[in-house]
Ligand binder design. Structure first.
Ligand code: GLU
Length: 434
């Protein structure tokens, strides 16, 4: 589907060099934001408000390492926008964390929550560290000190973290405990993605991958393709990629390639996803799995498949490889896997892209369910969680598709238009506080 290219860009954004930095995540987000803002004829005042993150916190995190030496890490939390509700978004532990990345990811959370119409704003956090080479005790100390550093912003009504890259239920349990100790009573709604035993929601761990499966099925139906026998390649075999692969396989798709940070495996006869998951459970990664031909993380993106699911990190589909992508559907399980330059190439080649802010919104949607359950003190069955998730994903897909058809834009621009119009409506109603 053709998208509007960017002559309007210069009117809105004065930085003429912006395309030189397409792999800067904040720029990548702004390019898409600007495109939708122009189409919506967004008021200049609201445009200025939405460009600027509300709050950016950077803290030093001194930690006593197991060796007895003190290490000082850097932690970041950015609240992009809270007009529609408490800030919501994950915390990642990674060496590649930067302020620009966290700002972009925080804004993506604002748009993501608005696309699926849940009453949250957007935030993101990160600690620059190498969690794969740290002990459990070191990770706990980093988490507790980071939580203390950003304590002023946290709270069920103000800022509610969740897991993201290299963080999990255990990290959320430490965060919740640290916050609760400081306020003097147990506050489970301060974070989501917690262990079920302490107020986590059933279905939360699988929710992002499940949401990807749901929107992929909607896209297949829209394009008149069968689910059964559809070939799928999945880059990233963590919480999102492995679950999406498992659920798509259960629906009848054939998973022909999977990969993680150690590389991947391709098998035209199909990979048994449950078997691969059991292997990873035992061996930590897919290294040595062997049930197929070895394939690199770069080559998996250009396989001849019906569906490509990039579910790892940012900037994997770029102007360098987009022309070689053969998939008819690209379902963005990761945040920001495609650069703005690559968008245009994929459009030209007729790929149907389900953008990240829609495709991977299942996780934050069930985070919302978890928060609602915590606040109500009443817990739902997994069946109810999954049914409500399905309603939200299917309806949101339909709303975005409708806008995309109406305005003759791709699904990404339509998602931004829907999100920005919802956020700007609230800004107009609330006015500017003085
Ligand atoms: N980290 C996930 C995301 O990027 C989930 C965020 C949340 O549940 O708050 O969408």
């Amino acid at each position: 589907m053709a998208d509007i290219l960017l002559p309007t860009n210069e009117i809105v954004h004065p930085d003429k060099d912006r395309f030189l930095h397409e792999e800067n995540p904040f720029e990548a987000m702004m390019v898409r934001f600007d495109r939708a803002a122009v189409l919506l004829d967004l008021e200049p005042g609201i445009y200025k408000v939405l460009r600027a993150p509300e709050k950016q916190i950077i803290v030093s995190i001194p930690v006593m390492m197991d060796s007895g030496e003190v290490e000082v890490f850097t932690g970041i939390r950015v609240l992009h926008n809270t007009s529609r509700g408490p800030a919501k978004g994950g915390i990642r532990f990674d060496l590649n964390v930067s302020l620009d990345e966290v700002k972009a990811l925080a804004a993506w959370m604002t748009w993501k929550c608005a696309v699926v119409n849940i009453p949250f704003g957007g935030a993101k956090g990160g600690v620059i560290c190498d969690p794969l080479n740290m002990s459990v005790h070191e990770l706990e100390r980093v988490t507790r000190r980071y939580t203390t550093g950003i304590f002023a912003t946290l709270g069920p009504d103000s800022d509610v973290p969740a897991p993201d890259v290299n963080t999990n239920e255990r990290v959320m349990a430490w965060l919740m405990d640290t916050y609760s100790m400081r306020v003097g009573h147990t506050v489970n709604a301060v974070t989501t993605g917690k262990p079920v035993a302490m107020g986590g929601s059933l279905g939360r761990r699988e929710a992002t991958g499940r949401g990807c499966m749901m929107v992929t099925k909607e896209a297949l139906a829209h394009l008149g393709m069968q689910v059964k026998g559809t070939t799928v390649a999945v880059q990233g075999f963590g919480n999102v990629g492995s679950i999406a692969a498992e659920l798509l396989q259960a629906e009848g798709c054939k998973i022909v390639a999977i990969s993680d940070r150690t590389g991947g495996w391709a098998n035209r006869n199909g990979i048994d996803v449950l078997d691969a998951m059991a292997y990873v459970q035992k061996n930590t990664t897919l290294e040595g799995y062997g049930k197929g031909d070895p394939i690199s993380n770069e080559d998996i993106l250009t396989l001849d498949v019906d569906v490509l699911l990039p579910a790892a990190l940012e900037n994997v589909i770029t102007t360098k490889n987009a022309a070689k992508v053969k998939a008819k559907i690209v379902c963005e399980g990761a945040n920001g896997p495609t650069t703005p330059g690559a968008d245009a190439v994929l459009d030209k080649n007729g790929a149907f892209v389900i953008p990240d802010i829609l495709a991977n919104a299942g996780g934050v949607t069930v985070s919302y369910f978890e928060w609602v359950q915590n606040r109500g003190g009443y817990y739902w069955s997994e069946k109810v969680v999954n049914e409500r998730l399905n309603d939200i994903m299917v309806n949101s897909f339909a709303e975005v598709l409708k806008l995309s058809t109406q305005h003759k834009v791709n699904m990404r621009t339509a998602s931004y238009m829907l999100a920005i119009s919802r956020v700007s409506t609230v800004h107009k109603l609330r006015g500017i506080y003085a």
